[in-house]
Write a protein that binds this ligand. Structure first.
Ligand SMILES: Cc1cc2nc3c(=O)[nH]c(=O)nc-3n(C[C@H](O)[C@H](O)[C@H](O)COP(=O)(O)O)c2cc1C
Length: 187
């Protein structure tokens, strides 16, 4: 999906977007491992790497269980994703047990790298806040210092026209961003 920017950005950044239409093609295990490896090479405070990922391939009980945790609005289009995953934040530093204030930031960093590595392989990712956190915690039996941050769907691109509304229109809607002067200031 085309992006219009006044200033040139890297082609990989231009290419990344969050689709809803996925093709039936599965993702090879090797590629999934590459994608999560890219996540692990993100910067993080104290190199704590305060992230964990749990994933499942379509057609498995794990996938169905993760899919069941999604919000109603995310369920129809994620059925066709090749992979569903949960990004989890480790809330405390491993050596001191103190709260890691930067953990949410660092999970975001890891997720960004994950999405870009996927994009480089023509695999697209769509992150989702619309899921039941308690349901995920229960399903995965997460310890108290682990917090699900978001879920994600991965897959090769499918046909927008095969989506039902309102997803078809959303898939075709232009993508927009704030102007630079709305969020950057020089002092
Ligand atoms: C943390 C997070 C939560 C999101 N939650 C949802 C969601 O529940 N459902 C959805 O369809 N999209 C969700 N999105 C996707 C955003 O709507 C999307 O990234 C944004 O509109 C920008 O579009 P782009 O990723 O194609 O550039 C989420 C994205 C992020 C980063």
């Amino acid at each position: 999906m085309e992006v219009m920017t006044k200033y040139k950005i890297h082609p990989l950044l231009e290419k990344r977007w969050s689709p809803r239409a996925f093709s039936p093609e599965p993702i090879a295990e090797e590629d999934v491992n590459e994608i999560f490896t890219a996540a692990s090479w993100a910067a993080s405070a104290m190199n704590e790497q305060p992230w964990q990922y749990v994933y499942a391939m379509r057609g498995t009980p794990g996938f169905d269980a993760l899919w069941d945790c999604l919000a109603t609005g995310n369920k129809p289009w994620t059925k066709h994703a090749a992979v569903l995953f949960v990004a989890i934040k480790v809330d405390t530093f491993s050596d001191t047990g103190k709260p890691n204030k930067w953990a949410m930031h660092d999970v975001g960093m890891a997720n960004a790298q994950l999405l870009l590595q996927a994009t480089s392989k023509d695999i697209y990712g769509h992150l989702m806040a619309g899921f039941g956190s308690d349901q995920v915690k229960e399903l995965l039996q997460l310890d108290d210092n682990l917090t699900p941050v978001c879920m994600g769907a991965l897959g090769y691109l499918g046909e927008a026209d095969e989506l039902d509304e309102p997803y078809r229109s959303r898939e075709k809607a232009p993508r927009t961003r704030k102007d630079l002067d709305e969020f950057v200031r020089k002092i």
